[in-house]
Design a protein. Structure first.
Length: 226
C-alpha cells in the first residue's frame, strides 16, 4: 500500500527487507485490503510449498500418483519450517518452488526454462544466488544470462518507476551486514545465529561452515571427474 501511495515501503514497514526487484512482483497485493491480501498471499505461499514438494518427487522420478505424493503433503503440513514461513509471511514458498522448478528443468535438459524460474526467485530474494554456480559448471550460459536478466530488469524498473525504491540501499543493506540481523525478528536461522540461539560453542559454527565448503568442493571435483 505504501508503494502505491507514493511512499517508501522500507520506511513504512521495517520488516519489509526484500530488494526493490521484488516490488513489481508483490505490489499488486497493495490493491487489496490488508486481510484479503494476507489471506491470498498465505494461500499462494502454502500452495507453492506443496508444488515444490511435488516437483522434488518428479526430480527423483517418483510419479505424482505414487503414495509418496499425499504422504509428502501430509508431512509438509506438520513441518516446523513450513509453519514458521507461513507465520512470518515470508516468500520462501515461492523461492522453494522456483528452485525445485529450476532443478527439475535442469535434469530434463531444459536449462533456459530453469534460468527463467531461478531468475524470479533471485528477484524476490537472492538466497539461491549460489545455485548460479551450477549453470557455470555445466556451461549453460543461456540459463545464466536469463537468471541474471530477470532480477536485473525488475530492479531497474523498480528504481525507475517505484517512488523512493532506492531507499532500500540506505535502509536495508546494513541489515544484511549485521551478524545478528535476524535476532530482533526471531528469524535468524543462519548457521551462526542458530548456534548462538541454541547456546552451542561458537567453534561449532566454524566447523559446520568448513564441512559445507569441503562437501561442495568434493561434489565439484566429482562432477569434473565424470
Amino acid at each position: 500500500p505504501a508503494l502505491l501511495a507514493g511512499a517508501s515501503p522500507y520506511a513504512f514497514n521495517p520488516r519489509f527487507v526484500y530488494p526493490p526487484s521484488a516490488l513489481p512482483l508483490v505490489s499488486p497485493l497493495g490493491l487489496l485490503d490488508s486481510d484479503t491480501a494476507r489471506a491470498l498471499f498465505l494461500a499462494a505461499d502454502a500452495a507453492m510449498i506443496v508444488v515444490a514438494g511435488l516437483l522434488c518427487l518428479r526430480i527423483f522420478g517418483v510419479s505424482l500418483r505414487s503414495p509418496a505424493a499425499p504422504l509428502l503433503v501430509l508431512v509438509l503440513s506438520g513441518f516446523a519450517p513450513v509453519d514458521t514461513t507461513l507465520h512470518l509471511g515470508n516468500v520462501n514458498g515461492f523461492i522453494l518452488a522456483g528452485g525445485a522448478g529450476f532443478l527439475l528443468a535442469a535434469t530434463r535438459g531444459r536449462w533456459r526454462l530453469g534460468g527463467w524460474l531461478l531468475g524470479f526467485t533471485l528477484a524476490l530474494k537472492p538466497i539461491l544466488a549460489p545455485v548460479l554456480l551450477l549453470t557455470v559448471l555445466y556451461r549453460q550460459w543461456g540459463a545464466l544470462a536469463r537468471a541474471i536478466a530477470v532480477p536485473a530488469a525488475l530492479l531497474c524498473s523498480a528504481l525507475l518507476l517505484a517512488p523512493r525504491a532506492a531507499d532500500y540501499f540506505d535502509a536495508r543493506v546494513g541489515f544484511y551486514a549485521e551478524a545478528n540481523a535476524g535476532k530482533g525478528l526471531n528469524s535468524n536461522v543462519a548457521i551462526g545465529g542458530a548456534v548462538e540461539t541454541l547456546g552451542l560453542p561458537v567453534e561449532l559454527s566454524l566447523l559446520v561452515r568448513a564441512a559445507i565448503v569441503a562437501a561442495c568442493a568434493y561434489l565439484i571435483w566429482m562432477l569434473f571427474r565424470q
